[in-house]
Design a protein around this ligand. Structure first.
Ligand code: ZN
Length: 130
């Protein structure tokens, strides 16, 4: 067993919003990150192809503090063909539903950096006491 197998994972403990699942095959440790469960919208029905995923992300092992900030990351892909007004309305409803879930994620993004700062301060304090 090598030292890498016995050393504690520097990403642990996870912040409350993290899924706890981190990519482990990255060759460069700094690229590992915390990620929340994504707010996802996925519709594939012939004429409608929509994929939206938004999650809270943090790269806590980056050396520069500004690169360690907690932020929201969104990926979107949409290709929608709508022939009838009701199709457009259904599409609008779908996006409205997604928008309200994004507002909930925005609320989480208010709390996550506060928790991160509190945690950083606690770790700093613990480091001074050693
Ligand atoms: Zn995590």
């Amino acid at each position: 067993m090598s030292d890498a197998d016995t050393e504690p994972d520097p990403l642990l403990p996870c912040p409350a919003w993290s899924t706890g699942i981190h990519p482990s095959k990255e060759p460069y440790l700094g690229d590992r990150f915390h990620e929340s469960r994504p707010v996802a919208l996925e519709v594939r029905t012939g004429l409608v192809e929509v994929e939206c995923e938004t999650s809270i992300v943090q790269y806590p092992l980056r050396s520069r503090p500004e690169k360690r900030r907690v932020y929201a990351d969104a990926h979107m892909m949409a290709a929608v063909t709508m022939h009838r007004p009701c199709d457009v309305m259904a599409f609008a409803d779908m996006l409205t539903g997604y928008a309200s879930r994004l507002r909930e994620l925005a609320d989480e993004l208010v709390i996550a950096p506060q928790q991160d700062r509190a945690r950083f301060e606690a770790e700093k304090l613990a480091g001074q006491e050693r």
